[in-house]
Design a protein around this ligand. Structure first.
Ligand SMILES: *Cc1c(COP(=O)(O)O)cnc(C)c1O
Length: 382
């Protein structure tokens, strides 16, 4: 089976984890701060807080931005549910901004219209979470400008886009945002098994997130080693030191991973160009880290359903996927009052897409198999 995504764990990663497992500290030891600094340096950010998942990072990022009951958060409907759930964890309300039909990211035009309506209704959001879908950075300059105009904080959900670049700056540099969140879940760009990180240039946000990660407790008060004080209601969102060791080891291969993903994506672009599909559009301001390769099927030309294409690939041992089911159509979100028809571009997009395999260890031969199998079902065997 060729999976749609796959982690790359090498002996050097395993050895570094084992070394920590045999050391004095397996959690809250010296490696996590090293991992934090290494990521911060890599993405040109001042501060970083490593946690046990991007979901946790989004939660404490929202809390640090002051999101609370009665507030509103906006995100993209084409994302993993965690991008919206973080609002609900803070008892805030969530709403969505429709996507751009070309980039599949939050549309700055839709955002502008929504902001101006919300202002008239007195329903402006406190936090905005654009999502760098598939690894392509959002149009952050326009988004940040609007957010500033309407007094709204910006957290980028960069779970897909570690290693991406926007207008010459690495994703995570927070040139156009307050906080950026990365995921180190198994299938993401680099992995710690489960894990995440929030990076920021703002010391106040950094201090709040650090406190919230670990029970709201501050240690070593007045230089007394034993004296700790709980100052806020925090959580146990800590990552372990052996996970950080894996992350540190993986981070060394980030550039290689991105190169490999870009090469494979380019190859898909060339070899799929004659098929009745829409391959991913790349904005001129962005360099994608190519977390996912999503194609839109021109179903009217193909005269087959997405399900048929999906099943055919699966029956040929190619595990394709769909990213994502629009969040507002999930049963839980429907109970909150959302429904089909609310975000048309997101739904149009969703109806036609499949994600085909892309990961650094995908061989040319495997990629050829994906292309040939897809070609067979879309246009018939040659
Ligand atoms: C994976 C993912 C998350 C959640 O990451 P975890 O580390 O699994 O909590 C959030 N947002 C997006 C867009 C993701 O892809």
């Amino acid at each position: 089976m060729i999976p749609y995504a796959r982690q790359d764990i090498q002996k050097i990663d395993i050895d570094s984890a084992v070394r920590i497992l045999q050391s004095d500290f397996i959690t809250q030891g010296p490696v996590t701060p090293k991992f934090e600094s290494a990521v911060a340096k890599k993405v040109h950010s001042k501060y970083s807080v490593a946690v046990n998942s991007a979901t946790s990072a989004l939660h404490i990022a929202c809390l640090a931005c002051g999101l609370k009951k009665g507030d509103i958060l906006w995100t993209s409907p084409i994302s993993f549910v965690a991008s919206a759930n973080c609002a609900l964890y803070c008892q805030a309300k969530v709403d969505f901004v429709d996507i751009d039909a070309r980039t599949y990211n939050m549309s700055p035009e839709a955002l502008e219209i929504k902001f101006s309506k919300a202002k008239k209704q007195g329903k402006l959001p406190k936090v905005l979470i654009p999502v760098d879908f598939c690894g392509q950075p959002c149009e952050m300059e326009s988004i940040r400008k609007l957010a500033n105009e309407y007094g709204c904080k910006v957290i980028i959900d960069a779970s897909h886009s570690l290693g991406g670049v926007y207008k010459g700056s690495p994703v995570g540099s927070n040139k156009y945002s307050d906080i950026t969140v990365f995921s180190f879940h198994a299938i993401k760009i680099i992995t710690t098994g489960e894990g995440g990180m929030a990076v920021t240039n703002n010391q106040i946000l950094f201090n709040k997130m650090s406190l919230l990660r670990s029970h709201g407790i501050k240690k070593n008060i007045n230089n007394k080693k034993w004296l700790y004080q709980q100052l806020d209601l925090g959580y146990n969102y800590r990552i372990t030191d052996f996970q950080s060791a894996i992350g540190l080891s993986q981070l060394k291969r980030l550039d290689t991973y991105i190169d490999k993903r870009q090469t494979l994506a380019k190859r898909y672009g060339q070899l799929l160009s004659n098929l009745p599909i829409v391959s991913p559009f790349q904005h001129k301001d962005c360099i994608s880290s190519w977390h996912l390769y999503v194609i839109q099927l021109k179903l009217e030309t193909i005269k087959k359903s997405r399900q048929e294409v999906f099943d055919y690939m699966l029956n040929n041992n190619i595990s394709v996927n769909v990213h994502y089911i629009p969040i507002h159509t999930q049963p839980y979100y429907q109970k909150l009052g959302f429904n089909y028809g609310d975000f048309k571009e997101a739904e149009n997009y969703y109806n036609n897409v499949i994600t085909i395999p892309l990961y650094p260890s995908l061989s040319d031969k495997e990629q050829d198999k994906v292309i040939n199998t897809l070609s067979n079902i879309l246009v018939g065997a040659k």
